[in-house]
Every structure is written in structure tokens, then in C-alpha cells.
Design a protein around this ligand. Structure first.
Ligand code: BJW
Ligand code: ZN
Length: 254
């Protein structure tokens, strides 16, 4: 776990105590939590942006310029993650939710793995890879076909062109997600920030909002991030290994 041995043990037990004492928890997760499920992250050595330019694929301009190309990329990603399953980090958060009076999980991920692990209070900041939104009438449909039969897919209701129901650079995060996130921060005792590089706004600022509101912020990541020094605790290591150590599993009676 990390490369700092004993120091990580100290951070870990502090974080565990803080979590045990808190009744209201907010989590912000990023691509790192799904890395151990085989879902590629964006930045870093094997990240998606190493091989693809985000401005050619993850902006509304790129989509309208070449919808077929953007859809090919998203269809490839749907294929790449269709067999992905939650890892112990996802499951630990689902279990933690059951133990807390209030629990909100805000994720930047579009893979749906938190819900698959059993998390209930999930807010998707950047949308969902398994949803298609009609660019004409706005209808959102769930679609798990891999590969899609037609690219771009057409709206079952009006025949308009579909787009991935995700948030691209330059687009707004759904207002209700921002509202609920801010409210959850306000009502929380502690915030966990897991597996995100902390460079994409507005998600990146949520930890600072929590700090300004006087909350305890605990970060879990393979490495330090731009805001690590502002947080209370950073635990270096894999979230799938650390998260299961942060709480006491409920005893199951049969
Ligand atoms: C592990 C691990 C393991 C690995 N265990 N850890 C203010 C200043 C400057 C710019 C802006 C600003 N406000 C807005 C902007 C513009 C832009 C932005 O932030 N740009 C910056 C990059 C400079 N933001 C936006 O456009 C947003 N909209 C917005 O703000 O609207 C208002 C507005 C618009 C325009 C101007 C001003 C205001 C929308 C952002 C949408 C982001 N969309 C994407 C694509 C989604 C769809 C898709 O997947 O295709 O979302 S980009 C991509 O990055 C994706 C992710 O959700 C997001 C964040 O990435 P994440 O999760 O952090 O992943 P990585 O790969 O970066 O990091 C992984 C981390 O995990 C690493 O740290 C590893 O170490 C760690 N890790 N394995 C623990 N096992
Ligand atoms: Zn339509």
C-alpha cells in the first residue's frame, strides 16, 4: 500500500476512526476506483488521453463535426467495459452506505459500477455510458447493446440523432446534481475523495468547498494530487485495497 509503509498505517487508522465517528458521509469518486475493474482511466501512463485527444472526442464541437467518429469511440468503450464488474472498493462503499445515517456518492464515472455494487444514493456528475440522449427531442433511453446496430443510433421516438448521455468539456453539469452535491457536502461530517486526478472542474473544487465548510476531507489515490496538501489525510494506495480496511463489516446473521 503506497510506498511509505508505516506512515500509511497511521493515515489509515486515523481515517478509520474519523469514519467510525461520522454519521453523514459524502464520497467523490473518479476513474481510479474503477481501474481495478479493468476500466481505463483518462490521465496517467495507460490513460485514455494518452492515445486519444480529448478535444477530438469529448467536446460538443467534436461530436457535431464528426458524430460517426465520436460514436465509434464510445461504442469501443462500451465494448471494452461491458464485462467489467465492481471491485472490492465499489463494494466497500455500498456497505458503508448501509452503516451511515446519511450517505451520498457523487461519481464522475459513467460506467455504472457503483450502482452494480449496490450503492443507492449515487449522483452521476458526467452522465452514463449506457444512456443515449436524442439531440432533437431530448429523450434519454437506456441501451446496453454492444455493439450498437447503427452509428449514430437514432431516437426510437422521433428519429433524431442520438448522442452519448455524458457531459463533455464545455458542457454544464446537470444543475440538480450540483445542487444535491452542495447540499450533501453541507450536511456531511466527512468527505472521501477517491481515485480522481482533481483537474477537471467543477468536480475538482468540491473538496475545497468541503474544506471551506469546515468538513474533514480524506483522499485515497495512488499518488498526490494538486489539492492533496489542502486535505486532512491522503492515503496512498489502491482504493480496492484501502476502502475495505476503512470500516468494520456488519455481521450477517442467517
Ligand atoms: C487510483 C487507482 C487506484 C488510478 N486506486 N486511485 C475552471 C478552470 C479551468 C477550466 C475549467 C474551469 N471550469 C470549467 C472548466 C473547463 C473544463 C475543465 O475542467 N477543464 C480542465 C481539464 C482544465 N470543465 C468543463 O468543461 C465541465 N463543464 C463546466 O465546468 O461547465 C461550465 C463551464 C464550461 C466552460 C467553461 C467554464 C465553465 C465539464 C467537464 C466534463 C468532463 N468530462 C469527462 C468525459 C466524460 C465522458 C466520458 O467519459 O467520455 O469526464 S473528461 C474525463 O475527466 C471524464 C472524467 O470523469 C473526468 C475526471 O477524470 P478522473 O476521474 O479524475 O480520472 P483521471 O484519469 O484524470 O484520474 C484518475 C486518478 O485515479 C489518478 O489520480 C490516479 O492516480 C488514480 N488512480 N488507479 C486509487 N487503483
Ligand atoms: Zn427524439
Amino acid at each position: 500500500m503506497g510506498d511509505t509503509g508505516d506512515t500509511e498505517e497511521k493515515e489509515l487508522s486515523e481515517a478509520r476512526e474519523i469514519l467510525e465517528r461520522s454519521s453523514s458521509v459524502i464520497v467523490l469518486s473518479g476513474a481510479g476506483i474503477s481501474a481495478e475493474s479493468g476500466v481505463p482511466t483518462f490521465r496517467g501512463t495507460d490513460g485514455l488521453w494518452r492515445n486519444f485527444r480529448s478535444e477530438n472526442l469529448a467536446t460538443p464541437e467534436a461530436f457535431w463535426d464528426n458524430p460517426g467518429l465520436v460514436w465509434e469511440w464510445y461504442d469501443w468503450r462500451r465494448r471494452a467495459i461491458k464485462d467489467a464488474r465492481p471491485n472490492p472498493g465499489h463494494f466497500a462503499l455500498a456497505e458503508l452506505e448501509n452503516q451511515k445515517r446519511k450517505f451520498t456518492l457523487v461519481t464522475q464515472n459513467i460506467d455504472g459500477l457503483h450502482q452494480m455494487a449496490g450503492s443507492r444514493s449515487v449522483l452521476e456528475m458526467h452522465g452514463n455510458l449506457w444512456e443515449i440522449k436524442c439531440t432533437k427531442c431530448g429523450l434519454v433511453t437506456k441501451d446496453y447493446r454492444v455493439p450498437l446496430e447503427e452509428l449514430p443510433p437514432l431516437c426510437p421516438s422521433c428519429g433524431g440523432m442520438g448522442r452519448p448521455n455524458v457531459v463533455w468539456f464545455g458542457e454544464l453539469i446537470p444543475m440538480d446534481v450540483i445542487d444535491k452535491t452542495l447540499k450533501a457536502i453541507e450536511e456531511s461530517d466527512v468527505m472521501l475523495i477517491i481515485g480522481t486526478s482533481g483537474v477537471v472542474e467543477p468536480a475538482a473544487s468540491m473538496g475545497l468547498v468541503a474544506k471551506q465548510a469546515g468538513k474533514t476531507v480524506i483522499e485515497i489515490n495512488l499518488e498526490h494530487t494538486p489539492n492533496s496538501s489542502l486535505f486532512d489525510i491522503t492515503i496512498l494506495g489502491k482504493s480496492g485495497e484501502i476502502l475495505p480496511l476503512l470500516y468494520t463489516p456488519s455481521v450477517a446473521y442467517s
